[in-house]
Write a protein that binds this ligand. Structure first.
Ligand code: G
Ligand code: G
Ligand code: MN
Ligand code: NA
Length: 256
């Protein structure tokens, strides 16, 4: 497959870049951080979606160098923002980890190396893992999550509600944040049952001292309901689409 071959070269050719989507703290209404999202500007195909190339990168092993590049670039950006905009509550950054990357032998070494080079405020790096990845590797994942916690790296469960059916892992593992999948958020306000699911997820999380980010927020109606159930954070087109680094930096600079 041509895409596979192209993927191997894409890092060297510097065809990847990161975008950053704002995450808003609902209590203050302020941008408190971003999720970093990888993009591939292919020389002939144009912009290729990560939905297409991440699975191929996982199969071929290209995810390992790509994942390192993503961590390095994202943490360097977080470091730069924290240097440029000093404040009481430093900005946070969420970085997606793929399953393969998680079990690469030297992920922790790699993180330590990057964090030594780009020091950041404690607790401001958040790694996103899907519940499927977590449950398929429950035994080895536990040690890894504890190593994250020892470094004050936070852990988020991405696409929460779409994967595994058992919730016991929420108590077993050190988890900081649930990101409610946008399929639940999308039908809030239209569909009463989905509103109830969101409310139940928030209550469950709060009982376990886990906070909640709603993904894919697109309307004020959704925001009102999320506010009412005391969801902590929200992310989605209602606030902003993912932005290039320069645009994200401008946005931080123009916050009240
Ligand atoms: O940004 P977008 O909605 O196009 O992302 C599509 C999918 O690709 C999402 O599931 C998202 O989690 C995944 N994705 C985006 N950026 C990254 C990344 O940097 N690393 C990994 N592993 N997945 C990513
Ligand atoms: O799986 P993950 O949550 O990492 O995917 C994030 C993806 O969701 C990003 O690629 C981003 O482009 C997309 N996204 C972000 N906000 C919205 C939104 O409000 N609506 C929809 N449909 N997609 C969104
Ligand atoms: Mn994510
Ligand atoms: Na998600």
């Amino acid at each position: 497959l041509q895409l596979e071959t192209d993927l191997r070269w894409a890092i060297v050719r510097q065809e990847f870049f990161m975008q950053y989507q704002p995450i808003v703290a609902l209590e203050s209404g302020r941008i408190c951080g971003f999720e970093s999202l990888v993009r591939w500007q292919h020389p002939r195909r144009g912009l290729v979606s990560p939905d297409r190339f991440i699975p191929i990168a996982e199969e071929t092993g290209a995810i390992l160098p790509l994942g390192r590049w993503i961590l390095d670039t994202s943490i360097a950006q977080l470091h730069a923002w924290q240097q440029q905009f000093s404040q009481d509550a430093p900005l946070t950054l969420n970085v997606n980890l793929s399953g393969k990357q998680l079990f690469e032998a030297d992920l922790i070494l790699e993180l330590d190396r990057i964090l030594a080079r780009y020091p950041i405020a404690p607790g401001t790096l958040k790694l996103e893992i899907t519940e499927t990845v977590l449950m398929e590797n429950a035994t080895s994942v536990e040690t890894l999550l504890e190593q994250f916690r020892a470094r004050q790296i936070q852990v988020c469960i991405d696409d929460f509600g779409t994967g595994y059916s058992s919730l016991s892992y929420l108590r077993r593992f050190p988890i900081d944040t649930l990101k409610i999948d946008r399929s639940f958020v999308a039908s809030m306000g239209i569909d009463r049952e989905n509103s109830e699911i969101v409310r139940a997820i928030v209550m469950l999380a709060h009982n376990l001292k886990i906070d909640v980010t709603a993904e894919g927020v697109e309307s004020e109606e959704q925001l009102v309901q999320l506010w009412a159930v005391q969801c902590e954070y929200a992310q989605g087109y209602f606030f902003s689409k993912p932005l290039d680094a320069d645009r994200a930096t401008e946005l931080i600079g123009s916050r009240p």
